[in-house]
Design a protein around this ligand. Structure first.
Ligand code: TYD
Length: 140
């Protein structure tokens, strides 16, 4: 279980509980139980060209869990004055993003399917798409 936090921004790499047996593996994610939010939206990104970076924005209040269900993708994050890079390359690995995290997804493998579980409906108002605006917002 990922614990909710009263914070401006947070990033956590999490291990998802796998039910495995001789037949293979299964991962179940239940809204507000295995995730610290109610799932309001699911989307997935696939067929991304290797040289392409996606994302390149922050969210004002959205919480998301990213899972590369197949393939590999790297994610560059900047938040709370920190810069960190993550690799999602296993379906039991998740990256939880909360609040003002500038994030860029890059180096997608050809077969990558990046599944995203999100805490809210799509709203352009929640996006910070300009990096300079993001920098101003996180300055203390
Ligand atoms: P975009 O924000 O550019 O994707 P990324 O951040 O991964 O590069 O979104 C691409 C298009 O899809 C854009 O027209 C908005 C639309 N979209 C939705 O309609 N609903 C959604 O949940 C998302 C994430 C995007």
């Amino acid at each position: 279980m990922i614990k909710p936090g009263n914070i401006l921004a947070d990033v956590k790499l999490v291990s998802l509980c796998t039910h495995g047996d001789s037949r293979g593996a299964l991962i179940a994610l239940e809204s507000e139980r295995d995730l610290p939010f109610k799932i309001q939206r699911v989307y997935y990104i696939y067929g991304t060209k290797t040289a392409i970076a996606r994302g390149c924005h922050a969210h004002r209040s959205l919480k998301q869990l990213l899972i590369a269900v197949t393939g590999l993708v790297k994610i560059r994050c900047e938040y709370c004055g920190r810069k960190e890079n993550f690799t999602l390359d296993r379906p039991e690995k998740g990256l939880f993003l909360e609040g003002l995290v500038w994030h860029e997804m890059y180096d997608f493998s050809e077969d990558c399917v990046l599944l995203v579980l999100a805490s809210d409906f799509y709203s352009e108002d929640d996006y910070v798409r300009n990096y300079e605006d993001f920098k101003k917002m996180v300055m203390v």
